[in-house]
Design a protein around this ligand. Structure first.
Ligand SMILES: *Cc1c(COP(=O)(O)O)cnc(C)c1O
Length: 456
């Protein structure tokens, strides 16, 4: 195929949008380990999980076998407001880098929440509504998930309570106001409004919070308020399932032009965008039908894959959630308040953790100052102002494209551009003023946190 036959943006039609999510677990020989009850050490039964999560979502969480799960019509209708999202051939970036590589990015920033998170938010809100609930509670880090959930809840007429990591609440007041515009109530976490929040504040006065703390608070409120359930924007199997819409569209767009990806790159916080992007490709890889070099990019400030341990751990700081087996830095690990807030989670999706453990993908960690250099370069060349999280993937895609320049290989590099950075301008300001630093945990920091892993 001649390059000029591929348009700058590959759009699918609405009819070409997936009608079912793809569940990559069906193809995994080693299934992700089940969530475990911290009290008994036994796998969580559906009935137990239903106290925390919506019923239908519990089914999706536990389903390791069904390959395709139909997307309900109402969710597909919502998706049509901002999907299919474009797969962009980064011609300008290729030219600027003078690389023989072909670079593609799947752009998920074309909705008001500014990220891929809306794909799962609408699904989770839909099932809560179906169940006749009054509302949902959640945590948000950088605010993208809270914004996405607020949009989905207002669309469906559900109440939405958001616990927002305190440093983001302070650094990113604009997101807070977008959430309130959509009718959500937003509380900085840790807060005095929950038992677990008060406990964390007593133990660590002045803490800037973490996703783990905010999760504890949101779960406490959901389980103690009738008519509410908790929803989570990443990490869980169900979230990766919903995000498979990204990968299915990407594959359909590439197939349309006969392009075979060589590398697939994504940033990894809890693993949902990467898990969703790679799902159909990983399915092929697991079945031995095709091979792909799959790369997770994480921040050096919160390096779960590259410096964490594969073990059962709490998903929250307050130790009230079920245990998940994952690459973790320990639930007591509080990362430095770096600017890629969406990547500041101590653990990682159990699905991706298992795949990484079994050698089906690799991971690298990168420093935030390098990430912002890549973000700025990308913005100047491709025009889009990228989210700091997404820019982790940009950096590695650019590095790989430059390697191709040395070897002369015309690899097809695909990466996930998960969102836009309009609400991250304080971070960009720090970068431009030369005030940005790299905060990398020491081996002692990580060892101290890992020493507190629960015994299972
Ligand atoms: C939340 C977020 C991420 C990281 O979350 P994952 O679950 O790992 O995908 C990445 N990019 C953006 C823009 C986000 O909002």
């Amino acid at each position: 195929m001649k390059t000029n036959e591929i348009p700058y943006k590959i759009y699918l039609s609405e009819d070409e949008m997936p009608t079912a999510w793809y569940n990559v677990r069906e193809a995994m020989k080693n299934k992700p380990a089940p969530l475990v009850n911290p009290g008994t050490g036994a796998p969580m039964a559906a009935e137990e999980l239903e106290g925390v999560f919506c019923k239908e979502l519990v089914q999706q969480e536990l389903d390791n076998d069904t390959p395709f799960i139909p997307i309900p019509d109402e969710i597909r209708e919502f998706y049509k407001m901002y999907r299919p999202s474009p797969l962009v051939r980064a011609y300008c970036l290729e030219k600027k880098l003078d690389t023989p590589a072909h670079i593609y990015y799947k752009f998920e920033g074309n909705n008001t929440s500014g990220s891929h998170k809306l794909n799962s938010a609408i699904a989770q809100a839909y099932y809560a509504k179906q169940q006749g609930l009054k509302g949902v509670t959640t945590e948000t880090g950088a605010g993208q998930w809270g914004t996405a959930l607020s949009m989905a809840c207002s669309y469906l007429g559900l109440d939405c309570k958001v616990y927002m990591v305190k440093c983001s609440y302070e650094q990113k007041p604009f997101r807070r106001e977008v959430m309130r515009t959509y009718g959500a109530s937003v509380v900085p976490s840790p807060s005095e409004t929950t038992n677990v929040g008060r406990k964390i504040l007593a133990e660590f006065p002045g803490t800037t919070g973490s996703l783990g703390c905010a999760i504890s608070e949101a779960v406490e409120v959901a389980t103690s308020t009738p008519g509410y359930r908790y929803v989570l924007g990443s990490v869980l199997n169900q979230v990766l399932l919903h995000q498979s819409v990204i990968g299915l569209e990407t594959k359909a767009a590439l197939d349309k032009y006969g392009v075979k990806a060589d590398m697939i790159i994504g940033c990894a916080g809890g693993g949902s965008n990467l898990g969703g992007l790679i799902s159909p490709f990983m399915g092929q890889k697991l079945r031995g039908e095709a091979d792909y070099d799959i790369v997770a990019v994480e921040p050096a400030s919160c390096p779960s894959f590259t410096r964490g341990k594969f073990a059962y751990d709490f998903c929250d700081t307050g130790s009230i959630c079920p245990l998940a087996k994952m690459y973790t830095l320990g639930s007591q690990f509080i990362p430095s308040p770096d600017h890629a807030g969406g990547l500041r989670f101590h653990g990682m999706s159990s699905i991706l953790s298992q795949l990484y453990h079994d050698g089906y993908m690799r991971a690298v960690s990168v420093k935030q100052t390098d990430v912002f250099k890549a973000a700025e370069y990308f913005a100047r060349v491709e025009g889009i102002l990228p989210a700091p999280e997404s820019s982790h993937a940009i950096l590695v895609a650019m590095e790989e494209a430059l390697k191709c320049k040395e070897t002369g290989e015309a690899k097809n590099i695909v990466f996930g551009l998960t969102g836009t950075g309009y609400f991250d301008l304080v971070a960009y300001e720090k970068f431009h003023n030369g005030e940005m630093t790299d905060n990398i945990p020491t081996d002692e920091d990580i060892a101290a946190s890992l020493a507190k892993l629960p015994q299972v």
